[in-house]
Design a protein around this ligand. Structure first.
Ligand code: SF4
Ligand code: SF4
Length: 434
């Protein structure tokens, strides 16, 4: 696909400006090129040859969260994220591809064992205090993004999800369904508690769970513009689905994975029966639980609010299943948060690459979170979990950020320790209020 393919989409934009107020980036910067209209008109100008498509387009393209808040507000449905995606692809092919992106998108994300090895070594290094040593010796100043990433990550998990799954009973007696579990890279490395709760929940609901030996769904490569790598990741997924044998569904607890597995073929122009099978079998966890499960039998006495991951609420229109499920849990108090579908500013690695904008967006979310008084913030995407947990630390909020599966598993009788809010450590001037 070339930049000129963005022209027909961008023609839908009538420049009304309704996409300005809901755009989190525009609200942070106040700059027209941050909102849907601005980005679309600038891409259109380059596609029509009225402006040179130079490297200077990077901030216009890469500061977009691809959250689709603008699309939701747009009557003619000009799809900013799709247009930006096409332009990013062109930009990547001209200037973006380098040995580092090749290693990341083609080597590590294309091979789970290599990615796990890299993550384990990095986490081990943090545990051994190498990060602290780098900070003390001033080495982190040479690579400031590494310092931001470490602060964002917090304490890394002790064990990857795939290692934890090995000791679980995945085939309960009398199982009536056979479901694949698509292991998201993010759940595996950043939110294994949520992943384990998902698998135990499905098992408690009478499913034989087959963890798939999948690599990445392809979303990171797609959003950076490396569509060849993204296409390869999707083709790898089709093979994994096929080799798993008959499945009732493939469940994933990562909103980004479910969205991308359903939409990737259309976005990058792949068409085959196997790709269709991936699209048809893939289902989000809350959507699936709502479909197959009776009301939850066990009370869970917590005060919860819910953050909608953009890839669930806007890309897949899945806002009611998580709320219906949480509301059906006895003894659970649910408080709706204002602007619950307002992006958290996580967007993969956005919080590391666009620190100022991301923290501004996060501050707004933390303000609404604090207003609810909830002690648990549930969501359904590992990037959101990491970003929101970083937000609660940064803003000193005594709130536990959890995957929704961690609440639902308890409601369906899975024996897990109580969901306790973390103790807040005073961080002086580092804490920033919304
Ligand atoms: S993208 Fe949609 S909402 Fe924004 S200016 Fe264009 S038509 Fe209006
Ligand atoms: S996708 Fe989100 S960040 Fe990008 S222009 Fe639209 S509202 Fe703004």
């Amino acid at each position: 696909m070339a930049l000129s393919d963005a022209i027909s989409q961008s023609e839908r934009c009538n420049r009304c400006g309704y996409c300005q107020p809901p755009c989190p980036v525009f609200r942070a910067t106040g700059v027209e090129s941050s909102c849907g209209r601005g980005r679309i008109q600038l891409v259109k100008a380059a596609a029509q040859g009225r402006l040179p498509f130079t490297q200077d387009y990077a901030p216009i393209l890469f500061e977009c969260l691809m959250c689709r808040a603008c699309v939701e507000a747009c009557a003619p449905q000009a799809e900013t994220d799709v247009i930006v995606g096409i332009a990013r692809h062109e930009w990547f092919m001209k200037w973006g591809r380098n040995p580092v992106t090749d290693i990341l998108f083609r080597e590590l994300l294309g091979d789970r064992s290599k990615l796990e090895l890299a993550a384990s070594l990095a986490f081990r290094g943090i545990d051994w205090g190498l990060a602290k040593a780098a900070e003390v010796t001033g080495l982190l100043r040479l690579q400031p993004r590494a310092g931001v990433a470490l602060e964002w990550l917090g304490s890394p998990p002790k064990k990857l999800l795939t290692k934890r799954l090995r000791r679980l009973r995945l085939s309960p007696a009398g199982a009536t369904r056979r479901v694949g579990y698509f292991v998201s890279c993010g759940m595996n490395m950043l939110a294994p508690d949520g992943g384990e709760a998902t698998v135990r929940l499905l098992s408690a609901l009478g499913c034989e769970v087959v963890p798939l030996p999948n690599a990445c769904c392809g979303l990171p490569a797609y959003v950076y513009g490396d569509w060849d790598a993204a296409a390869q990741h999707l083709l790898d997924a089709t093979r994994v689905y096929r080799e798993a044998g008959p499945l009732d569904a493939v469940v994933t607890d990562c909103g980004s994975c479910s969205s991308h597995l359903r939409h990737a073929a259309d976005l990058i122009g792949l068409d085959s029966a196997e790709v269709d099978r991936v699209r048809e079998l893939t289902v989000d966890l809350a959507e699936y639980v709502e479909m197959i499960a009776p009301p939850p039998p066990e009370p869970v006495g917590v005060h919860v609010t819910y953050h909608d991951p953009c890839h669930l609420s806007r890309h897949q229109k899945l806002t009611t299943p998580p709320r219906n499920l949480l509301s059906s849990v006895a003894d659970l108090r649910f408080s709706e948060m204002k602007e619950a579908s307002w992006c958290c500013g996580g967007a993969g690695s956005y919080g590391i690459e666009h620190v100022g904008i991301s923290r501004n967006i996060l501050a707004r979310k933390m303000g609404w979170l604090e207003e609810t008084g909830a002690t648990v913030l549930a969501t359904a995407c590992p990037a959101c979990i990491t970003q929101l947990a970083y937000g609660t630390r940064r803003h000193e909020l005594p709130v536990r950020v959890a995957h929704i599966s961690e609440i639902l598993a308890r409601a369906y009788g899975v024996d897990l320790p109580p969901l306790e809010a973390p103790a807040v450590e005073a961080r002086g001037n580092e804490a920033v209020r919304a």
